[in-house]
Design a protein around this ligand. Sequence first.
Ligand SMILES: C[S@@+](CC[C@H](N)C(=O)[O-])C[C@H]1O[C@@H](n2cnc3c(N)ncnc32)[C@H](O)[C@@H]1O
Length: 490
Amino acid sequence: MPENRLYFGDNLNILREYIKDESVDLIYLDPPFNSKADYNVLYLEPTGEPSKAQITAFEDTWHWTEETEKTFAEIISIAPPNVIEMMQSFIRFIGKNDVMAYLTMMCIRLLELKRVLKDTGSLYLHCDPTASHYLKVLMDVIFGKKNFKNEVIWCYRRYTAVSNRFQRLHDVILYYSKGEDTIFNCPLIAYGDKSGKMDSHYKQDEDGRWFRWQKRKGEEPYKIYLSEGVRLGDWWDIPIINASAKERLGYQTQKPEALLERIIEASSNEGDVVLDPFGGCGTSIAVAQRLNRRWIGIDITHLAINLIKWRMKHMYSLKPREDYEVIGEPEDLAGAVELATNDRYQFQWWATSLIDARPYMEKKKGADTGIDGLLYYHEDKGVVGKAIVSVKSGNVGVKDIRDLGHVIEREQSGIGIFITLHKPTRNMKEEAARSGLHHSDVFKKDYPRIQILTIEDILSGKRPNTPPVITVFKKAPRVNMVENGSFDFE
Ligand SMILES: C[S@@+](CC[C@H](N)C(=O)[O-])C[C@H]1O[C@@H](n2cnc3c(N)ncnc32)[C@H](O)[C@@H]1O
C-alpha cells in the first residue's frame, strides 16, 4: 500500500476521520489569509499564453454564518478551558464578524492539527499581516507560549499599485513546536573568511575549522571551535515565483519550493511524515517527495487535487493509486453520484479531469455558456483544435445533445464530448450519430462529431476519440535525482 496520501475534502473532516493521534512529524499550513480576494487557477491556452477564462479555485472572504455559530459552539464544548476563554474574549472585543469567522475556522483546525502532531513535531503556520497578530495569540494558547519558536518573516520583492501606505512585501510564518524535544536541523550559513566573526583571535585548523585558544590561569590552553556557520536568522529573503519561473504552475497562491525546502529540511528528517492540510497546488508535497519525506496532502477543491496529481506525474512520474493513495475522490458510480449531489461544480471539475480536459467556467458562476470543459488537440500542423465538453449530472435527454451541437457550431469547434452521470437514451445516441464525423487531414481519420461518454464508461477506461491531445496545465519541471539527494530540473 503506498505510504503517501492525497485527500480531497474539508481538512477538518479528513483530519478527524483519517489522521491518527501523534502520527505526523511536521505540519506546514498555508490557509486562506482572509484577504477578501478570490484566487484563480490560471490556465494556459495551447499557445502558452494565460487563458482569459480563469476559474476561481477558492474564495478568501469569510462571513459569520450559521455554520460558524455551530463551529464556535463546538469549540466551547470540546476545547481546553484556556482556549475557550480566549475565544470568548476574542468574540467580546472583535464581535461576530468576518475576522472572528476566520479565527473560528482556524481554531477548530489548529486543535486537530495539534492532536495529530507527534511530541517531537513542529508546525509552521503561514499567514500575512492581515491576521498574523490574532493567529499568534491563538497559537500561543493552543500550543503554549513556551513552544513558540520563531516568527519567520518571508520577504520578497514585487511591485504593487500606488497607495497611501508602504508596499506590503512580506508574509509571516509562525513556527511552534509541540514539546521541548523537537527535531531541528538548524541551517547554517558558512562563515566567509572576511566575516565579521573572523577577528584576529580566530585561526583555521588543518581541516579548515575555525577556532581560538582559550587560556585560563592555571590551566593548559585549549581550543574553542566555532560552529560551522552562522545560524540562519528569522527573516528569509526568498524571491516569489516570477512569471517565467520553471516551477510556476498557474495556481495563484503557489509558494516557492525554496521556502518549503528550508522548512522541511529544518524540521524533519528523511522518512518523516509531512502534512499539508491546505495543499493548494502541492508545493510542500513536491518538496517532501524530493527530500525523501513521506507526505499527506489535503485540499477542498478538485482543481487543486488535479494540479497536485499533474505535478507528481510531471516531476516524478508518480501515478495516483499506484504510487500514492488518493482518498475522497469518487471511485465508482455511487461516489460520483454523491459528489454530484453535494457540489455540482466539484463534480464537473472532477469529471473533466478524468479525460484530461480543462475545466471551464464563466467569471460569474451560473452563467450558462453550454461549455463545462475544453479539450485541445492537434488539428493540423501548427493548428489547434478544440473539443467542447459538456458535463451533466442530472436527467438528460435528446435536447441536451442538440444543444451541444449548437455550441459546437457557435464555437466553430470540431468535436463535442457529452459526459453524463446517467445512461443516455436511444434517441440521444441517434441524435449524436446524426451529427456526423469530424475529419482530420493530418491524421487521415474520422472522429464522431458528438461523442457520449457515461461516467461509468470513463471509470472503466473509455476515453474520447480525438486526435492527440495537447496539455493544458503548464508542465511542472521534471526532477532528475542526481546523487546524495541533490536534484536538477530538466
Ligand atoms: C493559499 S492556498 C495554498 C497554496 C499552497 N501553499 C501552494 O503552494 O500551492 C490555500 C488552499 O487551501 C484550500 N482550502 C481552503 N479551505 C480548505 C479546507 N477547509 N480544507 C482543505 N483545503 C482547504 C484551498 O482550496 C487552497 O487550495
